[in-house]
Design a protein around this ligand. Structure first.
Ligand SMILES: Nc1nc2c(c(=O)[nH]1)N[C@H]1C(S)=C(S)[C@@H](COP(=O)(O)O)O[C@H]1N2
Ligand SMILES: [Mo]
Length: 200
């Protein structure tokens, strides 16, 4: 089995799913900056705050009991690998918004993760029903290196927006560029427009 497949070597219906400049990978690479955090279910919580009517907080026990859904989606990393048909299970982002009730001036969603990592997206980007706070991938609970116990999944944007080890969501009027966005990556990150780096 080849690890990376050039687009031209693929059947046409598969080629159509691979954004420009990307290669397909069969295995699932691990990519992030810094160490993998540890997870203590007794101390873990998930918070929603900022420009919302209802600020929210769940313990791990409560969070797992929220309504969950399965989403099958392709994953595109800016370092040029793409993986087709990832199967994610988790809490629909739209459910979190429904409970928190964003105020009319909430324009951006900032993901807050362990070790202070953040990532920003416009609120419209997370209203689509393929956006999840995933707890499981490909039939198994997330492994520590893939973001256990919970990560954001925004399939339509480059995967650096799919923040691992997610602990909370801030709704904000102002945009707040996150870790990768401050370090050279495009603020939006649409793989179909090849928005990889500053100035693309
Ligand atoms: N907390 C955190 N989440 C992160 C990152 C990171 O550095 N820290 N890197 C991102 C990048 S660049 C990619 S490509 C994906 C990779 O997810 P994976 O390791 O599960 O393949 O995680 C994203 N989520
Ligand atoms: Mo990435």
């Amino acid at each position: 089995m080849k690890l990376f497949t050039k687009k031209g070597d693929l059947p046409e219906e598969v080629q159509k799913r691979v954004p420009p400049g990307q290669y397909l990978t069969e295995k699932w690479p691990v990519l992030h900056y810094g160490p993998v955090p540890s997870f203590d279910p007794k101390r873990w919580d998930f918070r929603v705050w900022g420009r919302v009517e209802n600020e929210l907080r769940w313990s791990w026990e409560e969070f797992q009991k929220l309504e969950q859904r399965l989403v099958q989606a392709d994953m595109h990393c800016v370092t040029t690998w793409s993986r087709l048909d990832q199967k994610w299970e988790g809490i629909p982002f739209s459910k979190v918004l429904e409970l928190a009730k964003p105020l009319p001036d909430a324009k951006f969603v900032i993901s807050h993760c362990e070790h202070g990592f953040t990532a920003n997206v416009p609120i419209e980007a997370v209203r689509d029903d393929d956006v999840l706070i995933a707890l499981r991938a490909n039939g198994e609970p997330l492994t520590p290196e893939h973001g256990s116990p919970a990560r954001l999944v925004v399939p339509k944007l480059y995967a650096w927006k799919s923040a691992k080890w997610l602990r909370g969501i801030e709704l904000s009027t102002d945009d707040k560029p996150g870790f990768w966005e401050r370090n050279g990556y495009h603020n939006t990150g649409d793989p179909w427009k090849e928005q990889r780096y500053w100035g693309d």
